[in-house]
Ligand binder design. Sequence first.
Ligand SMILES: [Zn+2]
Length: 256
Amino acid sequence: MSDQDNLLDQAKDLAARAERVAVLSGAGISAESGLPTFRTSQSGLWEQFDPETLATPQAWEKDHQMVWAWYLWRNSLVRDVAPNEAHKALGDWEKYAHVAVTTQNVDDLHERGGSTAVQHVHGTLFNFICSRCRKQYPEQVELPTEEVLRAEPPACPHCGSPIRPDIVWFGEQLPKEPWNNGVIAAQTCDIYLVVGTSAVVQPAATLPRIAQQSGAKVIEINPKRTPESSLCDVSLRMSATEALPILLEARAATRL
Ligand SMILES: [Zn+2]
């Protein structure tokens, strides 16, 4: 039996017994749906622009129409892909255990995969708030039918300022409520799954440590070795779509 077989057996055993499961997910799980990662996503009209300079309050100040058009385009990229077997396994897992997902992803693939408790610590592409008074925008946002480099965002019904995506831009603080819920999930779970993220971006990287200190076992699922690998209890060199259905099956086969 190889080390990896042995580790998979350990992970299945932990998954089978866990009543409370918490998950930290990152770009890797969405990439398996064919969604390009933040840094590899620039194509077409947007190829010439650096995403790190567009996702900033400074870019919004300078040219909010361009930043808005870029987010509409990113929004359409997400609309073009479907949740994969990993997202669906986490959704189905709710039939057997309490599952709390904390994600660094701004897409809605976890929700479309059936997860009902998803905390977006970096915000989400599908919520919109006023750039000035920060109130939620209650209407649907129409996507343009073709790629454009500029578009005027709708005006806030309360103060008339342009609305913006409810995304955490570089230099902005994480939203309090999703973050606090992510911490509580880490403190109260039996197993903590780190999926498709190198977990090096702070402060999300502290969540697996909080889980461990609270007595949970941390299981990493990532095809590549990451800085998290040596810290967690079980590190599986597998993709999320391979590993999560196997762990779910172990849980589903256990009647507690
Ligand atoms: Zn407003």
